[in-house]
Ligand binder design. Structure first.
Ligand code: GLN
Length: 191
């Protein structure tokens, strides 16, 4: 079975996600318009700046469309994408999409450590994965239906809740496709 997975193309490392999804056996397109969602089985929300991405989603009519899409389809959020999916964001009144039962803190590793790399163990994905963190959030708390997949210094940095997958780092920047392969598998199971 093949699945078609879009990458939200408002901001961020879109072409890197597209390449990783192709290498993981999925068909893929860059999504700029809500009508494109109709043909998709899954969607990637890339990194970037969550408040800017939200503004652009509203501007292009994608916010409501993605909320409807999420009722049945698989979604994978990386970094800012994870923030967009969270039910609670520290210091912000109300969520964006509010799909994942998690509390997140933005820019959580401090402005001193803007970006860093760390070797991560990720359940179902890899014993050793190069985690690239760029002004990354972390997950402070998860609800009962959320599976924790990876931690870094006791902070939760990857999780799954049913057809929703999220991580605080940038798997598309490493050339290692294991994380994307896991999302393709989730998307197939959900189809
Ligand atoms: N700091 C960004 C935010 O709060 C996320 C950074 C990223 O996606 N690399 O939205």
């Amino acid at each position: 079975m093949t699945v078609k997975i879009g990458v939200l193309a408002l901001q961020g490392a879109v072409s890197e996600h597209i390449k990783a999804l192709k290498d993981s056996g999925a068909e893929t397109i860059a999504v700029k318009d809500a009508s494109q969602l109709e043909e998709l089985d899954g969607l990637v929300l890339p990194g970037g700046e969550s408040t800017t991405m939200r503004r652009l989603m509203d501007k292009y009519g994608l916010f409501d469309a993605i909320k409807i899409f999420a009722k049945k389809k698989a979604i994978f959020g990386t970094c800012a994408g994870l923030i967009l999916m969270a039910k609670e964001i520290e210091g912000r009144k109300g969520p964006h999409l509010g799909l994942l039962d998690i509390d997140v803190k933005r820019n959580a590793f401090g402005s001193q450590v803007d970006s860093f790399e760390s070797d991560l163990k990720i359940d179902h994905v890899a014993e050793s994965f190069d985690g690239v963190f760029i002004r990354a959030p972390y997950i402070k708390k998860v609800g009962p239906g959320v599976e924790i997949l990876s931690t870094y210094n006791q902070h939760i940095v990857a999780c799954r809740q049913g057809r929703f997958l999220a991580c605080a780092f940038h798997p598309e920047l490493t050339g290692d496709t294991h994380f994307h392969e896991y999302f393709v598998k989730i998307t197939k199971e959900n189809k």
